[in-house]
Design a protein around this ligand. Sequence first.
Ligand SMILES: *Cc1c(COP(=O)(O)O)cnc(C)c1O
Length: 387
Amino acid sequence: MSYLAKNYNRKKIAFKHGKGSYLFSTDGKKYLDMLSGIAVNSLGHAHPKLVKTIRDQSKKLWHVSNAFEIPEGEKLAKKLCQKTFADYVIFQNSGAEATEAAIKIARRYFYSIGKPNKTRILCIRNSFHGRTLATIFASGSKKMTQGFGYVGGFDHFDFGDHKSLKKKITKNTAAIMVETVLGEGGIKVIPDWCLKELRKLCNKKKILLILDEVQCGVGRSGNFFAFEKSKVKPDIVPIAKGIGGGFPIGAVLMNKKVAVGMIPGTHGSTFGGNPLAMAVGNTVMDIVSTKKFLNNVKKSSRYFFSKLNKLKEKYPSIIKEIRGRGLLIGIQLQTDQTKFIKKLMDNKLLTIRAAENVVRILPPLNVKIKEIDLALKIIDKVCSEIK
Ligand SMILES: *Cc1c(COP(=O)(O)O)cnc(C)c1O
């Protein structure tokens, strides 16, 4: 009997400890972890540098109020700005808080320049921006909003429907908010040329571009941000998942222009930017933002994709498409993926579903080639058994 509410359909497995790309269950089994807590454990489990950081910082200071300066947060904000388009950062504790703050920043910017009517945010239908009341309505998903009343202020267009996107921009639109790579929505990459057109469109209409990189950011794509390859500069970027390597951290990055609205009293978070979280964030950042680390993500990605595409050719009746970028990978199956994921798990490979029959593969960013080989072997075996 569980006293936890039933809002999750949990697998009957629990884990005792983890090391690198592996998880060890309470019943003594070893699993290859290719979901990384949904793109969270970017450096795998129990990374020695993260363990040391937490141990050292926990002896010094865990939490102080944001009423005071927090040097660890100053340091992390500086690193994030120096590596990216951003001029300023606000720290949060989760992805939904970061996307919600992004929406607030966009609205508050227009309010502060005397255009308070510009509040509406234009999003992709069936995207994912988190589970707060506002962010579920941003998703434009019936399933997520059913039974939760109504939160206004969001308009939607279908992925790839550029005509509808242009039509939905009105005088009240403040921003377009999209995931650079749709994660939950089925690992759908917005092509670079589209991002460029989006930026142009936002400039022409004098509205803001928010790129939600909560799942695809922080090295996951092979670049620090997935939009970097397109050379596009967004105005606001929420991040979370990977930046804490397993410790809850969210952040919203913004340029100078939009930051003008965020004066004292406009936003806050009790826990956001606490010294313990910031210490961890600094360590993750120092590792994942280096050229060498990111080049290695690209290398692992090329290897994984080329081998998965071979499996697609071998099993065309099972695998429809290999999607994604970097180590954010989707195997789209011809039919429902539930049984496939279960079989992978029975063979000690952990993955997770996404929309459109996709099996999502999100290994730690420092995954080893021999671990990729093991995953491929298991996927091959499951394909041959299902066939
Ligand atoms: C996971 C996710 C969120 C929400 O993050 P939480 O930490 O679960 O609140 C928001 N946007 C995207 C793109 C995500 O993948």
